[in-house]
Design a protein. Structure first.
Length: 238
């Protein structure tokens, strides 16, 4: 069976302010408009890679997971690598949309960070295998996904450093602070996903907020922010 031309999927789609709390349908975990079959393949490769690793994943194992035929795969993607590149882009775009939508209803930096980061952590609680594919297995997937990850990390780092615009003039965070914050949060999430964690990511939010707020606003306000985040978690679980 010959491989056919690859049609790059349209990604993203509008996400309303309440999207972070939505229930993800079986074939709409990435929010791609259009073909459900295409989304099923993209979700399938992310779940397969997250469950078993990038190298052991093949077109055969993707099809076994999704229940689709080879023709359906090659109608959309040239090979596993091309499929993962599209899936990675769709997954990162989804996470960005969730974070931005959650943050958009707030006006101050701390509330935006708490809401946006909370939305991402909540997604990881719901979809740990997709999270593992996006955060852990990307290292085995080649240069394009790694470049996309670097662009996203830069975007997050730039947002973190916007805290300077709200911080008191007496608190001068070192220039490396935003990179350290992003790298630290990423390292903790990466470590937990690597060891097979399937939940508890949103519970990390209070400590992450303390870590992010401390260099810009000081220990007192960081502790206050940790209490606020804990209180939100308690209300959500009540």
């Amino acid at each position: 069976m010959g491989k056919q031309g690859v049609a790059k999927p349209q990604l993203g789609g509008e996400v309303g302010p309440t999207t972070a709390a939505e229930s993800f349908p079986a074939v709409r975990k990435l929010g791609i408009p259009g073909s459900e079959k295409q989304e099923k393949i993209l979700v399938g490769i992310l779940e397969e890679v997250g469950a078993n690793g990038y190298d052991p994943t093949s077109v055969r194992t993707i099809l076994a997971r999704t229940g689709l035929y080879r023709q359906a795969f090659y109608d959309n993607f040239a090979d596993k690598d091309a499929c993962f590149e599209h899936a990675f882009e769709a997954g990162v775009t989804r996470l960005e949309a969730l974070a931005e939508a959650a943050a958009a209803v707030h006006s101050d930096w701390r509330s935006k960070l708490r809401a946006g980061l909370g939305a991402v952590l909540e997604f990881l609680d719901r979809e740990p295998e997709i999270g593992r594919a996006l955060i852990v297995e990307v290292h085995a997937a080649g240069s394009r996904p790694l470049q996309r990850r670097a662009e996203t990390m830069k975007k997050v780092t730039d947002f973190i450093d916007l805290a300077r615009t709200e911080a008191d003039s007496g608190n001068s965070a070192p220039g490396i602070a935003p990179e350290g914050i992003v790298a630290g949060i990423h390292a903790v999430v990466h470590s937990r996903l690597s060891t097979g964690a399937k939940g508890g990511f949103r519970d990390l939010l209070p400590e992450f907020m303390y870590f992010a707020v401390l260099p810009y606003f000081g220990a007192e306000r960081a502790a206050e922010e940790m209490r606020v985040a804990r209180a939100e978690l308690e209300r959500a679980s009540a």
